[in-house]
Design a protein around this ligand. Structure first.
Ligand SMILES: [Zn+2]
Length: 187
């Protein structure tokens, strides 16, 4: 990931949230965001035929989502057989590609991997994480000593995504370090 991207993503995620009237402390609504950006979302369950039947599964290896160029815009194809928490992560990943204006052919994604490769994937993953649980939100949770489950509930994401954000955002580490420093002053 290029230098400075994480800081940009932190601010960008807050801007994107505010565009649909959301603060850093509530769950993100990728569907409202798609409407605002004029991105059509098609559910796999709306399609017909053997290909749909093959992909319309809830297991881990199934297709989660796809970004399809359409005219001058894009369509997101979403596997609505999967749990809502996973769908929200997939949606945010695809939306991040759109917002970051990544160049692509057709991107088919299973969890956290789609065909765009390398740098674009890491950027989309990181920005989608900031959108789902902004750093400010992760810090507030870390100060409250929230568990992964509580973070997952607060932001309607899976426990794995909550754990990833609570740790990778640095929130827990910084809060623990600050508490340790304060404790030392009183010894
Ligand atoms: Zn991707």
């Amino acid at each position: 990931m290029r230098r400075g991207f994480k800081t940009e993503a932190k601010h960008l995620a807050l801007e994107l949230r505010s565009e649909i009237g959301l603060s850093a402390y509530v769950p993100f609504d990728p569907y409202a965001f798609a409407v605002k950006y004029g991105i059509r979302v098609i559910h796999l369950s709306d399609l017909h035929g053997p290909a749909r039947d093959y992909f319309f599964r809830s297991d881990g290896s199934a297709l989660s989502g796809a970004l399809i160029p359409y005219g001058t815009g894009v369509i997101i194809l979403e596997n609505d057989a999967q749990p809502l928490t996973r769908r929200r992560t997939t949606m945010c990943h695809e939306l991040a590609h759109v917002v970051l204006e990544h160049t692509f052919g057709v991107s088919l994604s299973d969890e956290r991997k789609c065909g765009l490769g390398g740098e674009q994937e890491s950027e989309a993953d990181w920005l989608s994480g900031e959108i789902l649980i902004p750093a400010d939100g992760a810090f507030r949770l870390a100060w409250a000593n929230a568990t992964d489950e509580q973070a997952a509930d607060t932001y309607q994401v899976s426990k794995a995504v909550a754990r990833w954000r609570m740790n990778q955002s640095g929130a827990r580490k910084i809060v623990q370090r600050t508490c340790a420093k304060r404790a030392k002053q009183y010894i």
